[in-house]
Design a protein around this ligand. Structure first.
Ligand SMILES: [Zn+2]
Length: 59
């Protein structure tokens, strides 16, 4: 069974890293433009959801 949450988490990570590479104010870890902040937040939400699910596998 494909792990959608993991895939989305990885995709969000890639999307943000790509944005940070092309965007001069943003760095890999710290967004510094509205679009970077939005993408970074989306990535962090998915990362939290993913790591929380690992702690509670039955949920
Ligand atoms: Zn940016």
């Amino acid at each position: 069974m494909p792990d959608d949450l993991y895939e989305r988490y990885q995709a969000a990570h890639r999307a943000y890293q790509q944005h940070a590479e092309c965007c001069s104010p943003c760095t890999r870890y710290i967004p510094d433009c509205p679009e970077g902040a939005r993408q970074r937040k989306a990535f962090e939400r998915l990362q939290d959801a993913y790591t929380n699910r690992l702690k509670r596998p039955n949920r």
